[in-house]
Design a protein around this ligand. Structure first.
Ligand code: FE
Ligand code: FE
Ligand code: FE
Ligand code: ZN
Length: 168
């Protein structure tokens, strides 16, 4: 289907994120399971709960806009999740994997921040005020998740991983 108007693009990108969030409801439990550090596992579990709310929030957006909910495959998220699975498959459970899980998850959060940040701006300009509020809530959760991961890396996870440094 050809996208002719800016609304067509906006809607298509909402359907893309609706798929991306569904992909993440499958990926986040695996990330939690692979975490050795309890606070990292907790961060993934609590972001899973937020992600489930984000799916519901997008359904609210579709309802407000009078759109039938639809998943359009987010190839970018497929790529990020596929790359994460590939890396996870090559690393034993432990501190090195924990530090790696943070790098992989932050790529996902940044993709989501870019997506929701752009969608929120478009919604603003299109005059969809209620939608702006909903997209902002999700954007803030993605940013919060990213910041939480940075804090965990700085607090102890990267130090723990550095115990497994190759000898100079
Ligand atoms: Fe999300
Ligand atoms: Fe996408
Ligand atoms: Fe997220
Ligand atoms: Zn900690």
């Amino acid at each position: 289907m050809k996208l002719e108007t800016i609304q067509d693009v906006f809607e298509s990108e909402l359907f893309d994120m609706y798929d991306a969030e569904h992909q993440l409801t499958k990926a986040l439990p695996k990330m939690a399971e692979k975490s050795t550090s309890a606070d990292l596992a907790q961060a993934f579990s609590s972001h899973l709960e937020e992600t489930e709310n984000q799916v519901a929030r997008l359904e609210e957006v579709f309802q407000i806009l009078g759109l039938k909910e639809k998943r359009e495959t987010c190839k970018a998220m497929k790529g990020l999740v596929g790359e994460a699975e590939h890396m996870i498959g090559k690393i034993e459970k432990g501190p090195v994997l924990d530090a790696t899980l943070i790098t992989l998850a932050q790529k996902v959060e940044h993709y989501e921040m870019a997506s929701y940040g752009s969608l929120r701006e478009l919604a603003k300009q299109l005059g969809y005020d209620q939608v702006v509020t909903l997209l902002s809530e999700t954007y803030d959760e993605e940013k919060g998740a990213d910041e939480k991961l940075t804090a965990l890396a700085e607090e102890h996870i990267n130090d723990d991983a550095l115990l497994y440094r190759r000898a100079a």
